[in-house]
Ligand binder design. Sequence first.
Ligand code: AMP
Ligand code: ZN
Length: 171
Amino acid sequence: MTSFMIDEAVNKRTPLKWTSYDTCPFCNIIANKLPAFRVLETDMVIAFLDILPIRPGHTLVVPKMHCSNLSDLPSDYSRAVGEALSTIANAITRGMTINLNVVCNQGYGQAVPHVHFHMVPAPRTVEPPSTQSPTNRSMNHHEMVMSEYHRREELDEDTGRNMADRIRSRL
Ligand code: AMP
Ligand code: ZN
């Protein structure tokens, strides 16, 4: 995520589903107390779809240990997270798109204080600059990223289930 997206993240709205839980939402998902569209699970890591996806397929990879900062994560969990990131990246690139962003916020821009990596597939098509006219032009890269950020909407049941199935089927 580029710096302007991190700036936006600092003031982002809180999804309704988080506010009713006093404790960490990701620990609640790990404990099966909160639903999630699960993509992958091992004894040390869980991956599920982000409830407010930046783009379709936006997945969170989370160690099964409550730890706020990546810099404090024990190395066995780091290894397990790294392996999950690479497995899911492979599934996304084979099933959806070869371009993706992987980011982990620590403190700055971090809303959920439990280590997590965002894996965000890139948009499938971007209109080439040659087709743009001053009056009816495509958005430039910066505008496109910003508009995607503001368009984030809560994931619905059918879309979430289908997308999680799609990624899981390629693991
Ligand atoms: P960050 O700002 O890096 O802490 O990102 C936290 C992410 O967690 C946001 O993108 C949220 O949409 C996502 N999120 C929060 N609660 C849930 C939940 N219950 N299920 C799935 N994603 C969630
Ligand atoms: Zn937690």
